[in-house]
Design a protein around this ligand. Structure first.
Ligand code: AMP
Length: 487
């Protein structure tokens, strides 16, 4: 049965201790624009007052000099959000803010909570009123609940209730806080600039503001930054299975970011090299599908010795199509983004390298364009394995019914694409290119092995079981009064 999973991927950013915190955040968000284009927002604080601006649109459309000037304060938190239609309303734009007995709190969240339905249910039963439909608001409500301890205990209790993928940047009136879920699904890094601390989804944002990368926030770690500096807590001393999203390396993160000490650019070159070793083919030229296939194509070309030609030219000024998504319009939509230089391919045996095939629409159009321009053979090489399963942790993949590889064999896909050959990188090859161990990754979209179960399976038994677990965890936490462990 087709299922509608929540779909939002996002960029989060935060600054502590800089007189121009809003401006730094603005430039940081620019570098995170690829992680979300629906809405953008910044909340600042001067130690007392929160000031915020959020709107639908790109960072460049949402903020003006005048608006930034009004966002006074030495602390800031920012967010870029992507979501699919339905939930893309201004009220869901982040950072979200709340005013409670603990003071004001702002939150920017990247990832999806997998027990959001149950937690929201539980909070609503207790009379909490939600202003938005995003799961991130649950975290604010949990944080707002009065607890015995101070910030540290409160944070630990909060993050031990939520499950799934979350990299969070939270701002209170005195602190900037970074949190990464115990599996470390989404990235989050710490940097420094002019004595100020910065947190960002990706390190490429640090480069924009001349910040220096200090280190990544570790899975399960909470970093609290205040006037005394940075202190670190481990909220999950029991050590969960690490599950960093490997698709961040393949496609999602910017190539100029560094994740877990590996340059994303270099990983993508190595994915291409590995692809060439696994799936060689006699051809005259290698063509990347820009921009995302560029680095793997370069790797493929270097490894195979077959020259690279940048035959597809990308139009950088294409916005979102507002026409009805008929098949014909979708085809125009795909073509308007890339134009082919036909002389480069006429009479040639061509390899095109793309980072992934999801629905297959993009690739089919590329093959057709190449054949119409007179390419003698078109061989498709994909720098990751076939996508067989949807993502429930924050990457927007369609449900299984629309995932090409979930419903067709490689041979069938090749026929559909009208390609002379088609080959995907193996799972082992993909992992090898990262130079990290397989056990540290979430590869659920490839192998169906979901590190954290998802509670909207509509299976009543699962929901009941999980409700009981949540309740017993709540009791355990109340009794145990978990002590923060300082690292
Ligand atoms: P398609 O096979 O037509 O669905 O398009 C696949 C292309 O979309 C890939 O070449 C990627 O560049 C890009 N892509 C892959 N995953 C995503 C995603 N989750 N959101 C947006 N674009 C994506």
């Amino acid at each position: 049965m087709a299922q509608d999973y929540p779909k939002h991927y996002c960029g989060v950013f935060g600054v502590f201790g800089h007189p121009e915190a809003a401006d730094l955040t603005y430039y940081g968000l620019y570098a995170l624009q690829h992680r979300g284009q629906e809405s953008a927002g910044i909340v600042t604080c001067d130690g007392k007052q929160f000031r915020s601006h959020r709107d639908m649109g790109l960072v460049s459309q949402v903020f003006t000099g005048k608006i930034l000037h009004q966002l006074v304060g030495h602390m800031a938190v920012g967010h870029t959000r992507y979501s699919t239609t339905g939930s893309s309303q201004l009220q869901n734009a982040q950072p979200l803010t709340i005013s409670c007995r603990r003071g004001q709190i702002a939150i920017a969240h990247n990832g999806n909570l997998t027990n959001a339905v149950l937690l929201r249910d539980e909070l609503e039963e207790k009379g909490q009123v939600f202003q938005t439909t995003v799961d991130s608001e649950i975290i604010l409500h949990l944080m707002a609940q009065p607890t015995l301890g101070g910030t540290e205990n409160n944070l630990i209790q909060t993050v031990r209730r939520i499950e799934g993928a979350y990299s969070l940047v939270i701002m209170t009136e005195q602190e900037l806080i970074g949190v990464r879920d115990p599996h470390g699904f989404r990235p989050l890094s710490i940097g420094k600039v002019d004595g100020a601390w910065v947190l960002s989804s990706e390190t490429s944002a640090f480069d924009q503001i001349h910040a220096k990368l200090e280190r990544d926030v570790e899975p399960g770690e909470i970093v609290i930054i205040d006037k005394n500096g940075l202190r670190s807590l481990q909220a999950f001393p029991e050590c969960a299975r690490r599950a960093f999203c490997i698709f961040e390396y393949v496609y999602f993160a910017r190539p100029d970011s560094v994740i877990a000490n590996r340059s994303v650019y270099q990983v993508r070159i190595d994915l291409g090299r590995q692809l060439a070793r696994e799936h060689p083919v006699q051809a005259d030229i290698v063509i990347p599908v820009p921009d995302s296939g560029l680095y793997a194509a370069l790797g493929y070309s270097r490894e195979s010795g077959i020259p690279l030609e940048l035959a597809f030219i990308r139009n950088h000024y294409v916005g979102r199509s507002f026409l009805q998504p008929s098949q014909l319009i979708r085809d125009f939509d795909v073509r308007v983004k890339l134009n082919l230089i036909p002389e480069l391919v006429e009479g040639k045996r061509v390899i095109i390298v793309d980072d992934s095939i999801v629905r297959g629409t993009t690739c089919k159009t590329r093959v057709k364009t190449l054949k119409e321009a007179g390419a003698r053979e078109v061989h498709v090489r994909v720098s990751c394995p076939p996508h067989m399963h949807p993502c429930v942790y924050g990457i927007d993949f369609p449900d299984r019914s629309k995932l090409m590889a979930a419903n067709h064999s490689v041979r069938e896909i090749q026929k559909y694409l009208n390609a002379d050959s088609l080959a995907y990188l193996s799972q082992e090859g993909m992992v090898a290119a990262t130079r990290h161990p397989k056990e540290g990754f979430c590869m659920a979209c490839y192998d169906g092995n979901y590190p954290v179960p998802y509670d909207s399976s509509m299976d009543k038994n699962i929901i009941e079981r999980r409700r009981a677990r949540v309740e017993s965890l709540g009791e355990a936490l109340a009794k145990e009064e978990l002590q923060p462990r300082l690292l």
